[in-house]
Design a binder for this molecule. Structure first.
Ligand code: CDP
Length: 246
C-alpha cells in the first residue's frame, strides 16, 4: 500500500482492483477450521481473512457477569501481530475493545439467548490478514461459527462495508466492500450488518462524510450484495451439515 493519496479510486466505472461499484471481492467461506472449538468458520473477503471460534454455552466466569434470564454473548476481536503492515501490538487496545462490543451487541440480537440462562457463549474473532473491512468479515465468520456450534439463532448475520470513493475529477461514487486503499483514502466508510430474514439492521457505523442520498444509494447496493452473501452462507452451512451427517 502506497502512502501517497491515489489520484483516483475509481475511473471509467472501474475500481483500483477492477471491480464495479456494486461488486464484492471474491468471498470464500470455510467451515469447521478449528476442530477443537465447539464451532468455527473462516471468512475471506479478497485479501482480508478472519477466523471465528465459538465456545459454549458454558459456565460463565466471573460470576458477577451472569445474566439470570439469558446467556451472555461475549466477543473478543483481535488482530494477529502479522495481520497488518505495521506490526500490530499484541493484545486488545481501544479499537479492538470497541469492535468486540459492537459485534457482541449484533450477535446478541440473533442468538436465542433465553434458551441458556446464566451461561456464556464466547466468540473469538481473529484477524489473520487485514485488507480493510475486518469487523464485517469477522461478523459473518462469528455468525457462521455460532451456527456451526449448533447454537439456535433467529437468523444469520450478513455483514459488509460500503462507502464513498472518488474518481479522477474528485467526484464521489458509492461502492460496496471497501479494500484497504478505499478505506484509507475514501470519503466515507460504513460498517453494516443485517439479519436478512428478520429485516433488522444489526450494525451501522460510519466514518467520514456521506449525504443522506448517498447513504441510501450505498445501502441499497449493500442490501443487494448482502443477499448474495446470505446465499453463500446458507450453502456453506448446508455443505457442512451434509458432510457431518455422512
Ligand atoms: O477493519 P475495519 O474496516 O473493520 O476497521 P478499521 O478500524 O476501519 O480499519 C481499517 C483497516 O485499517 C483494517 O482492516 C486494516 O487493514 C487497517 N489497520 C491497520 O493496518 N492497522 C491497525 N492497527 C488497524 C487497522
Amino acid at each position: 500500500m502506497g502512502d501517497e493519496k491515489p489520484k483516483f479510486l475509481i475511473k471509467g466505472g472501474k475500481r483500483l482492483d477492477g471491480r464495479k461499484p456494486e461488486d464484492v471481492r471474491p468471498i470464500q467461506i470455510k467451515m469447521g477450521v478449528v476442530p477443537n472449538a465447539d464451532g468455527s468458520a473462516e471468512v475471506i473477503f479478497g485479501k482480508t481473512r478472519v477466523i471465528a471460534t465459538v465456545y459454549g454455552p458454558r459456565e460463565l466466569h466471573p460470576r458477577h457477569q451472569v445474566i439470570n434470564e439469558r446467556a451472555r454473548v461475549r466477543v473478543r476481536y483481535d488482530m494477529m501481530t502479522f495481520s497488518v503492515e505495521d506490526r500490530k501490538r499484541p493484545g486488545p487496545g481501544r479499537r479492538e475493545t470497541e469492535i468486540s462490543k459492537v459485534l457482541a451487541e449484533a450477535l446478541t440480537r440473533v442468538v436465542i439467548t433465553e434458551k441458556y440462562p446464566t451461561r456464556a457463549i464466547d466468540v473469538f474473532v481473529t484477524v489473520v490478514q487485514a485488507d480493510a473491512s475486518t469487523r464485517v468479515a469477522g461478523l459473518n465468520a462469528a455468525s457462521l461459527a455460532l451456527a456451526d456450534a449448533g447454537i439456535p439463532m433467529r437468523d444469520l448475520v450478513v455483514s459488509l462495508s460500503f462507502g464513498k470513493s472518488y474518481d479522477e475529477k474528485g467526484q464521489g461514487h458509492m461502492v460496496v466492500d471497501l479494500e484497504k486503499e478505499e478505506d484509507n483514502w475514501g470519503m466515507g466508510d460504513i460498517a453494516y450488518a443485517v439479519a436478512p430474514a428478520l429485516g433488522e439492521v444489526l450494525l451501522l457505523q460510519m466514518d467520514g462524510d456521506v449525504t443522506l442520498e448517498e447513504f441510501k444509494k450505498g445501502k441499497t447496493m449493500a442490501d443487494k450484495a448482502a443477499l448474495e452473501i446470505y446465499e453463500m452462507q446458507k450453502r456453506a452451512l448446508k455443505a457442512r451439515y451434509e458432510e457431518g451427517s455422512k
